[in-house]
Ligand binder design. Structure first.
Ligand SMILES: *Cc1c(COP(=O)(O)O)cnc(C)c1O
Length: 224
């Protein structure tokens, strides 16, 4: 088995175990391979090994490598997992299949307008600042339902789930539980949470999407 195939199998195995341990349906968690900072030649073997769901955190960086990869490999689902400025909305809608980081009405409105204009409709998730950290993006947990309702009623922007990045320090489990509860209360099916260090716990708490970077690709040259 190649190194890449082994890395994928290790993560998929851990996902399957976490699903079984928590009584979840096998295959109910999607692995989002976070390829940020890695160039196309590093990503290509993961596509050749069969992965199709990837995450990037910068529109500009993704624009530089993914159109070519999308042309080479059919069926890619590309997730935007980093902050989105309204002036990048056009590029983001053109490139991404899922936008996980809606966190304010102005952005929701700009996305709704661009979806209307382009006829291309990525799936949309709302990012929740689950630890209420001042330096982090995301809507306040208490404002989540308000933003979901606004997107649905005012902007006709369908929201399919919630996403969070818990505080780097401390136990993420209470935050994972909180996000899952917010999603359930809002009637949202998708819950994106869990990274290389904590994805099994996130699955136990109900994650439908785990975003795994360094455990698949190795350490990044720079952190963002
Ligand atoms: C980089 C990143 C990840 C992946 O982090 P790892 O610890 O490398 O698995 C997940 N989610 C977001 C939003 C990220 O920016």
């Amino acid at each position: 088995m190649s190194e890449v195939a082994a890395a994928i199998a290790a993560i998929q195995g851990a996902i399957t175990r976490a699903e079984a341990d928590s009584g979840r349906v096998a295959g109910s968690t999607t692995l989002v391979a976070v390829s940020k900072t890695h160039d196309a030649p590093v990503i290509r073997p993961f596509l050749q090994a069969g992965l199709r769901v990837f995450g990037e955190n910068r529109v500009q960086e993704a624009k530089g490598k993914w159109p070519q990869l999308q042309a080479e490999f059919p069926g890619i689902e590309l997730h935007l997992i980093g902050p989105l400025q309204t002036n990048k909305v056009r590029d983001a809608v053109a490139l991404f299949d899922v936008i996980e980081t809606i966190d304010r009405p102005k952005l929701a409105r700009a996305l709704a307008d661009e979806i209307q204009r382009s006829g291309k409709a990525p799936r949309c998730l709302i990012q929740v600042n689950i630890g209420r950290e001042p330096q982090k993006a995301g809507v306040d947990p208490d404002q989540t339902q308000v933003l979901v309702d606004l997107c649905r009623r005012e902007y006709d922007l369908p929201i399919s789930g919630l996403m969070c990045i818990p505080p780097a320090e401390g136990d993420p489990v209470p935050h994972f539980r909180h996000l899952a509860a917010l999603a359930q209360a809002a009637g949202l099916a998708e819950v994106s949470m869990g990274m290389s260090g904590d994805f099994p716990q996130a699955i136990a708490c109900g994650a439908t999407h785990v975003r795994v970077g360094s455990a698949l690709f190795g350490n990044r040259q720079y952190h963002q």
